[in-house]
Write a protein that binds this ligand. Structure first.
Ligand SMILES: C[S@@+](CC[C@H](N)C(=O)[O-])C[C@H]1O[C@@H](n2cnc3c(N)ncnc32)[C@H](O)[C@@H]1O
Length: 282
């Protein structure tokens, strides 16, 4: 596939930045995952990695009385989150920052809870787990979602779509192996229900695309990009039984020094994760 053009990215962000969330997820799932973190302190220190425009950040602020640092590498999303925080009077308790989750520039062992919905895969799950392990206090929690395969032999269009966006995508078991090898205890995991793909993500995406179709009706290039973007929810309507978003909730072992995680081992797993996913879905 050709490299996306600057116009593609402009239209892409024109659609995505306007959505409540930039990936699947909803408040009910966030509350369920939070409920698995049973021994959180009353006002936990929370880090939200890859926060996007902050759909889940706001929900976390409502569901806890903690302080939150929310990081995303896309500056316009952080600007939008800052505006939302100001409008809701949450700017004191929630800090939104532009940053790279691979190098989040936060003090080691300083968080009680790290949250990340649909974002850790950007830096590789093994690498992300290692970064999170170092930032969590012993006994701290990590709650994250990740896309996984759930049925063998996906149709070519599904395979092509994930090869583009998440070529190393694996299965639930692959993620569980990575979790264990990175010094975490697994507390629970569950599959996001279909509603979590639609309410805050695909339904507003289809509305936004329709809105832009009217605005750019005379621009063939923009209209064709909008057609491309409209494929994703359509694909989901037809083939959602082949893949899922899984919420994983894990806990850093209480007494474990950070040096016990092994980068080389995790890198190996990253490859195994990729290999397994790729091999098993064909
Ligand atoms: C699928 S979106 C999910 C956003 C949000 N968590 C949600 O569920 O609505 C993934 C986010 O990760 C961010 N991202 C990608 N790579 C990143 C990195 N290295 N550091 C920080 N954020 C990153 C993107 O800008 C994007 O906002």
């Amino acid at each position: 596939m050709n490299k996306p053009t600057p116009l593609f990215w402009k239209v892409f962000f024109g659609v995505y930045e306007a959505l409540p969330r930039q990936g699947p997820g909803n408040r009910a799932c966030a509350a369920r995952a939070l409920g698995l973190c049973r021994e959180l302190p009353p006002s936990p220190a929370i880090l939200d990695l890859g926060c996007g425009v902050g759909g889940q950040t706001i929900q976390l602020a409502e569901l806890t009385s903690g302080s939150i640092v929310a990081i995303d590498s896309h500056a316009p999303s952080i600007e939008r989150l800052k505006a939302t925080l100001a409008a809701r009077g949450l700017s004191q308790r929630v800090q939104a920052q532009v940053g790279d989750m691979a190098h989040p520039e936060q003090p080691p062992e300083s968080f009680d809870l790290i949250w990340s919905e649909g974002a850790l895969y950007n830096i590789g799950i093994g690498n992300a787990l290692r970064v999170c392990h170092g930032l969590l206090r012993p006994g701290g929690y990590l709650a994250f979602t990740d896309a996984v395969w759930r049925k063998e032999d996906p149709p070519p269009e599904v395979e092509a779509s994930f090869d583009l966006d998440y070529p190393t995508m694996g299965w639930v078991e692959d993620v569980l192996i990575a979790i264990e090898s990175c010094g975490f205890e697994q507390l629970g995991h569950f599959t996001l229900p279909d509603d979590a793909w639609w309410s805050d993500f695909y339904t507003p995406m289809e509305h936004r695309i329709d809105e832009l179709r009217v605005k750019y009706a005379n621009d063939a290039e923009v209209s064709s990009i909008l057609d491309q973007l409209a494929q994703e929810p359509k694909l989901h309507r037809r083939f959602s039984d082949y893949y899922a978003y899984e919420f994983f909730v894990v806990r850093r072992h209480q007494e474990q020094a950070h040096t016990q995680t092994q980068p080389a081992m995790n890198e190996g797993l990253e490859q195994q994760h990729a290999g397994d996913g790729a091999a098993r879905r064909r």
